[in-house]
Design a binder for this molecule. Sequence first.
Ligand code: CA
Length: 195
Amino acid sequence: MMNQPMCHSILLRALPIFAGLLCLSGFCRAGDNLVKNGDFSNGDLLPDDWIFFAGETKLWDAQQALEKVAYEQQGGVDDSKCLRVKPSEEKIVADQIELNEILEPGTYKLSAQIKSEGFNEGSLRLAVVNRPFTEWNGYIDIKPGAENDGSTGWTEIQTTFTQAEEQKGFRIDFLVNSANGTIWIDDIALEKVGD
Ligand SMILES: [Ca+2]
């Protein structure tokens, strides 16, 4: 017979799997993060579930992507893994494309943690784009900081938006446009917060 601590430990391990299966079945509850690997905890050379663009060019090759972004193994929120976008005259985009995930009608919160150093030109946008990926739905635009020469510690950015109709498929964009500073991002989240 299984002793109690072992049974408890198996249950604890099974719970997230069960929650994930529920989410895949379309039963996402308020508070579930619809962004996969939004905290960048999973990945080897680059974070899993994300693709990268420079301008309009998709960076298929990890080496190409690593010229534009760095996958930091520490230094994120609570010293976790995070993503760093290097200074660039191009638009650098980190994308996550969900073709089958359902966005039910309701109110959503889109948020992330951002840190910057010398970010005093350019702009950044965090956005949800509705399929067929032509309509920006919820987004936040951040202009360079005038204080401290555009350098900040970890700061939460967030917006809420209304999803009027059920949407099958969406895209998460983190877009840094012609920024002359360095920008770190962590804990990207999209959560349903109301009906
Ligand atoms: Ca992290």
